[in-house]
Design a protein around this ligand. Structure first.
Ligand SMILES: Cc1cc2nc3c(=O)[nH]c(=O)nc-3n(C[C@H](O)[C@H](O)[C@H](O)COP(=O)(O)OP(=O)(O)OC[C@H]3O[C@@H](n4cnc5c(N)ncnc54)[C@H](O)[C@@H]3O)c2cc1C
Length: 464
């Protein structure tokens, strides 16, 4: 049986960037349950129907979850994670972001950087501050949905040319732990179940592998804690309302502290001229947003989310989030709820009659007009109303009566695995990186934690 120096589970940004640090220096095997980048397709592009990224397999395969998005690189260490906290060094956090960006550039990401004009940004920051919000200035690089596949293809080709092996369409079902040390993984594919031995193992299974990771954590007693979740709504407004802001930043980030509860609320995942989509999970429905290459709506949508952390005796945020989502699904009769901002403010449900007469027309029709305050906890509902009203001072019209709100939009995150600065877990020779380990929530942060794990593994193997 061949023993590898390093086994990497997951060919997303975290896994690829770890391999990038190890290529040519160690025998590396990357295992992924998904397909090669050429064989991957987004069903929505082919059929126009979205069944939810978490469920259609689009999140699996070489390139990982973001391969079919427009691939926006948020070039900040504190968006999509907290690199300074993870590596204990703010400067290193910024360095990692620039380094990850340079690797994407090398493999074909476009050179243009979206920064916005200095004066416009200053003005936006000032307006946000005076309204009690913060506009987070981010340099962004758009790899672009047309380009993303070729960037990943170039990355993969380079890794292969430096001796990195790929084993695709293969599920890693368990890790092999003996005497407190990880010695390899158990895999399952067309040929059945077998063992692959490795001196070091890196688990980078992404969001799609978060439930599996939780099983592994419990089974092997790996030290970990529940992370917070984000609960809120998808907001839909005429694109013209958001245009002055999306012109400066296509995915603008506003951070807000709400007045009554001092909770943290934020905007997330803006889809210019996009569509709201329904996602179906086991036992509940949710909403998300998409923009399409060939079809544009007259609206722009974004998530408005409130961060929730729980402390003893109930720390399991996933269970809490599921309960909220299930209540919302019950009130919506099995469909997401839709409500006009004006109706929410006045404490009355929306009806089809009001929705049809509304100035903003809904891009998702498979919904139930109702009352979001019957579905989400009071605290979150108040945070949403207050937060959007603050945002309205920066983006006039965002909290107008005709603004549409869809619920629930809930972002579940993986359990946060306890790691040292090398990304090594409480089990020796077992490393973790990326979204599946609760260490990141975007491409740049996932890639950075992958690079950190790569360095940690080199040190462990004595090849650093
Ligand atoms: C539709 C969509 C759009 C997005 N757009 C953006 C964006 O524009 N910008 C941005 O920064 N972020 C975006 N993200 C988030 C971003 O894609 C992720 O944060 C990032 O991909 C996480 O990287 P990762 O390597 O941790 O995990 P992933 O990219 O999720 O990769 C994990 C890989 O592990 C494999 N895997 C999991 N479990 C196993 C197992 N047991 N055995 C074998 N293989 C396994 C999976 O098949 C997958 O390929 C988007 C996500 C989605 C779903």
């Amino acid at each position: 049986m061949k023993e590898y120096d390093v086994i990497i589970v997951g060919a997303g940004p975290a896994g690829l960037f770890a391999a990038n640090e190890l290529k040519g220096r160690a025998n590396v095997l990357i295992i992924d349950m998904g397909k090669g980048v050429e064989e991957r397709n987004c069903p929505m592009e082919l059929t126009g129907v979205c069944v939810g990224c978490e469920r259609c397999g689009i999140m699996c395969g070489v390139g990982g979850a973001g391969t079919f998005s427009d691939g926006t690189l948020n070039l900040r260490p504190d968006i999509g994670g907290d690199l300074a906290e993870i590596c204990g060094d703010e400067e290193l956090g910024w360095w990692l972001v620039r380094y990850v960006d340079s690797v994407f550039l090398k493999y074909g990401a476009p050179p243009e950087l979206y920064k916005g004009e200095k004066e416009e940004i200053e003005e936006l920051k000032r307006r946000a501050m005076s309204a009690g919000a913060r506009f987070v200035e981010i340099d962004q690089r758009h790899i672009g949905s047309d380009n993303a596949k070729s960037v990943i293809k170039n990355f993969e080709a380079d890794l292969r040319s430096e001796g990195v092996d790929f084993l695709l369409n293969t599920n890693v079902v368990d890790i092999l732990v003996e005497g407190g040390k990880c010695k390899g993984v158990v895999i399952e594919n067309e040929s059945g179940k077998s063992l692959v031995m490795g001196k070091c193992t890196l688990l980078a299974p992404g969001r799609v592998g978060a439930a599996w990771m939780e099983e592994i954590v419990k089974k092997h007693g790996i030290e970990a804690a529940h992370a917070g979740i984000d609960i809120g709504v998808r907001v839909e407004v005429p694109a013209i309302i958001m245009d002055p802001i999306t012109k400066i930043n296509r995915d603008p980030k506003f951070h807000i502290r709400t007045k009554r509860y001092d909770d943290f609320a934020r905007t997330f995942c803006t889809n210019e001229h996009g569509f709201v989509v329904k996602e179906v999970y086991d036992g509940f429905v949710g909403v998300n947003g998409h923009s399409l290459k060939n079809k544009k709506s007259e609206n722009t949508n974004f998530a408005f989310l409130v961060h929730v952390e729980l402390t003893e005796p109930v720390e399991n945020t996933t269970l809490y989030g599921r309960s909220v989502a299930m209540l919302a699904t019950t009130i919506g009769g099995g469909k997401p709820l839709i409500q006009r901002m004006g109706d929410l403010r006045r404490g009355r449900r929306s009806t089809w009659d009001r929705i049809k007469r509304n100035l903003v027309q809904n891009t998702l029709n498979d919904v139930t007009p109702g009352d979001i305050s019957m579905a989400l906890p009071h605290r979150i509902t108040m945070d949403i109303i207050e937060g959007l009203e603050k945002l309205d001072e920066v983006i006039p019209g965002v909290a107008s009566d005709s603004t549409l709100l869809y619920a629930p939009e809930i972002k579940f995150y993986a359990m946060r695995i306890n790691v040292n600065k090398n990304m090594e877990t409480s089990i020796e020779n077992l490393f973790v990186a990326g979204d599946g380990a609760g260490l990141s929530r975007d491409i740049v942060n996932a890639a950075s934690t992958g690079a950190l794990a790569g360095w940690g593994i080199k040190e462990k193997l004595g090849i650093g």
